[in-house]
Write a protein that binds this ligand. Structure first.
Ligand code: GLA
Length: 396
């Protein structure tokens, strides 16, 4: 059994100029992105239908708001260098699409790349950063995901800072999503430049696996995120990648683990499935308001893995009003017969005095009911590849 004690970390203090920037993403951004399910097959018809589905399915009510078009919306530049959307797939143009999305109380996101070309060979923004940012603002874009293909050996911080400066001057608040796959440790320089930064290669719809052609499973991402908690906070988030919930590659328990841990890790929640045809189980997971409240907690803390017992892990996240979210994660293929004595395993790194003297209610965030208090030993089964995610609230 291994106990990991949190280290003190010098938190960067935001200056007043930064605070307006940070406020654009005071809690982890929530929305949908086209890439995981649709790849290059994007169109205004799809995006409008997704926006309608986001509203009708209860996703908007649960907090999702950004509808992000990933790669392949762009086909070239005109004689003045202005970026052009594919006229066949987006015949009404981006401004009309933004208006459609805004009329539904949602926000539009778009994609570009710091290199000469995007990962699918479309025009990138290198050399056009200010022109593109102004164009996005004119269209009414609210979110930019900015990739790292064909980067031509640029310095990553400088490349992302250039687009960040362009967005800060474009006259419209735009969430800036840094997507350089964690290659240049963006958590060390991303705060104040972007609002979120990817920390790994692309997610695949699997619980655990590293693909030699690029791509990682849920557990690999969680393991990278584990050490990065000092870098997350309001306006600056570690991006654990878009969600795969609902895409069919994992079991229900694995998807619950995926979603619960993204909530614990204060990771952006960008759904990556087809919102137009969700089964009840997918809706139940993606719209779990109690889990989402953990993700959107205003303190903006990222969970820490404070007990690592090999196949079994216990994660904790401080929440407002002295609450604590705790996630028991079972990596094994067998049931974890949990027998947890809260006092013995007191979370000594979180408000130790309070925890030792207080009683907390223990609320199961997937069963949506109080299951115990911390005065009694918690005995329950955690399914294979599953979690028990609870919220502790002080009683006295
Ligand atoms: C990269 C990114 C993905 C996606 C594709 C689009 O692989 O990491 O998230 O945006 O490019 O081409």
């Amino acid at each position: 059994m291994c106990y990991v004690q949190a280290q003190p970390f010098p938190r960067e203090r935001a200056n007043s100029k930064d605070s307006a920037f940070f406020a654009i993403a005071a809690t982890p951004p929530m929305g949908w992105n086209s890439w995981n399910k649709f790849g290059c097959n994007v169109s205004e018809k799809l995006i409008k239908e997704i926006a309608d589905a986001m509203y009708q399915s209860g996703m908007k009510d649960a907090g999702y708001q950004y509808v992000v078009i990933d790669d392949c919306w762009q086909v070239g530049r005109d004689e003045n260098g202005n970026i052009l959307a594919d006229p066949e797939r987006f015949p009404s143009g981006m401004k009309a699409l933004a208006d459609y999305i805004h009329a539904r109380g949602l926000k539009l996101g778009i994609y570009s790349c710091a290199g000469s070309h995007t990962c699918q060979g479309r025009p990138g923004s290198r050399g056009y950063q200010f022109q593109d940012a102004r164009q996005y603002a004119q269209w009414g874009v609210d979110y930019l995901k900015y990739d790292w293909c064909a980067n031509q050996g640029q310095n990553a911080r400088a490349a992302y800072k250039t687009m960040s400066d362009a967005l800060k001057e474009c006259g419209r608040p735009i969430v800036f999503s840094i997507c350089e796959w964690g290659e240049n440790k963006p958590w060390e320089w991303g705060s104040g430049i972007g609002h979120l930064w990817r920390v790994t290669a692309d997610i695949r719809d699997v619980y655990q696996c590293v693909f030699d052609w690029g791509g990682v499973g849920v557990l690999e991402i969680i393991d990278v995120m584990a050490d990065l908690y000092p870098y997350a906070g309001p306006g600056h988030w570690n991006d654990a990648e878009m969600l795969e919930v609902g895409n069919g590659g994992m079991t229900r328990d694995e998807y619950i683990t995926h979603f619960s841990m993204w909530c614990m890790l204060a990771a952006p929640l960008m759904a990556g499935n087809d919102l137009r045809s969700m089964d009840p189980q997918t809706i139940e997971i993606l719209t779990n308001k109690e889990a989402i409240a953990v993700n959107q907690d205003p303190l903006g803390k990222q969970a820490r893995r404070f007990m690592d017992m090999g196949d079994y892990e216990i994660w904790a996240k401080e929440l407002v009003n002295g609450d604590i979210a705790v996630c028991f994660m079972n990596r094994s293929e067998d049931v974890w017969k949990l027998d947890h004595d809260w006092r013995k395993n007191a979370m000594y790194f979180i408000r130790t005095a309070n925890f030792r003297s207080n009683t907390y209610t223990v609320r199961d965030l997937w069963q949506h009911r109080d299951i115990a208090t911390t005065d009694t030993t918690l005995k329950t089964d955690v399914p294979p590849h599953g979690v028990l995610m609870v919220r502790l609230s002080p009683v006295n």
